[in-house]
Design a protein around this ligand. Structure first.
Ligand SMILES: C[S@@+](CC[C@H](N)C(=O)[O-])C[C@H]1O[C@@H](n2cnc3c(N)ncnc32)[C@H](O)[C@@H]1O
Length: 355
């Protein structure tokens, strides 16, 4: 039976949930040997959102760039994360078949449907605006509970059944927080879930725009810059004046655009060096999208042992790059280049801790 399309209204950080969802769906269609997520494909089809235009700032713009510059392999990122998380969860629930698995910042992630063993308890937690959307698209199945709270709100810990082990996951979430918030968060976990485990992605701040661009051959860099400028232009031209003024006010570059017309921005942009471009882009994105730091890592730990120094109850079980142990021989050269980049740059890592 054909289900109704669901109109999605999201702004700021919760809107970022559409980004990995779209990535998992596209990769499942085009690179199914790497990863397959049937639910993600189904969800993207059901959402009444213009994924091929720019309904939402930031998400729309990033998707435009990815399409125009042919960067889909970059989304191997979300598939690699999901694959590593699936393996970690499966290993834990093989030992604890009745465990509770808590998915923090769940968005529209469908990991439960890939790993369910028929006996686990699953919790998807996100901000109320995000859970509203999730509920409309994916009503809670048996043994799954949705929690509409901030992950920083300690009251959610009391909502979890702790009888048979607790395994917590957070995929592409912690980069939105300050280090001081994360310190309190990990102590809260240690207080509430002794012997619980957590697996999360950690974004390293060193992963700047410039390092990212350096991975491409020169001709592709030009195509990416052109796609980036075109997406920015479209985005800029439809943004209201007060948002443009706010964006201008956040710019920290020495020279500023002469006005708020797109042509003023183009002239100004050409004079910036690569580092200034990366910083300016981050500031503009943050102001126009209401996403702190434009989605670039705020808390950016390079090594999991940094966390054990905050609280001596916490121990490191594992830390790995996104593509560790993932066979790549059958993947395209583009995909392999992205995987090498993620391995070498340390831009994203996966940390596994016991609390
Ligand atoms: C990039 S999305 C990732 C979503 C999902 N983990 C995935 O991989 O598809 C970031 C998610 O973090 C959620 N988030 C941000 N701040 C949060 C908070 N304070 N408490 C709970 N969730 C939060 C957002 O609403 C969003 O769903």
């Amino acid at each position: 039976m054909q289900q109704d399309k669901v109109k999605v209204k999201l702004d700021g950080v919760p809107a970022t949930m559409l980004f990995p969802l779209w990535g998992r769906a596209q990769l499942s269609k085009e690179y199914s040997s790497l990863f397959y997520d049937a639910k993600a494909i189904e969800l993207v089809e059901r959402i009444d959102y213009n994924f091929s235009g720019s309904d939402l700032p930031f998400v729309g713009m990033m998707l435009d760039i990815i399409r125009k510059a042919n960067l889909l392999p970059m989304f191997s990122l979300v598939a690699l994360m999901a694959k590593q998380f699936d393996d970690k969860i499966k290993a834990y629930i093989a030992e604890h078949p009745h465990a509770s698995v808590v998915n923090l910042g769940a968005g529209l992630d469908a990991t439960f449907y890939r790993v369910d063993n028929g006996t686990i308890h699953w919790y998807d937690l996100d901000l109320p605006a995000a859970i509203d959307v999730r509920r409309q698209l994916l009503p809670e199945p048996d043994r799954v509970t949705y929690i509409a709270k901030s992950l920083l709100d300690p009251s959610w810990c009391k909502d979890i059944n702790t009888e048979d082990g607790v395994f917590i996951i957070a995929e592409a979430v912690f980069q939105f927080f300050e280090e001081s918030e994360m310190k309190q968060f990990f102590s809260m976990l240690a207080d509430n879930f002794p012997d619980g485990e957590i697996v999360f992605t950690a974004m390293a701040r060193s992963d700047g725009f410039r390092a990212w661009m350096d991975m491409f051959p020169p001709e592709q860099r030009d195509a990416i810059r052109a796609a980036w400028m075109e997406a920015m232009r479209q985005w800029w031209e439809k943004s209201p004046q007060d948002q443009k003024d706010k964006a201008m006010a956040t710019l920290k570059t020495l020279t500023k655009p002469k006005g708020t017309e797109w042509s003023d921005l183009e002239v100004w942009w050409e004079k910036l060096n690569d580092m200034e471009k990366a910083e300016a882009l981050r500031d503009l994105m943050a102001a126009l999208s209401n996403i702190p730091n434009g989605g670039v890592g705020m808390w950016a730990p390079k090594d999991a042992n940094e966390i054990t120094k905050w609280d001596n109850r916490i121990t490191v079980m594992d830390q790995l790059s996104l593509s560790k142990n993932i066979p790549r021989d059958s993947l395209s050269a583009d995909m392999q280049r992205f995987m090498d980049y993620f391995d070498k740059s340390g831009g994203w890592n996966i940390f596994h801790l016991r609390v």
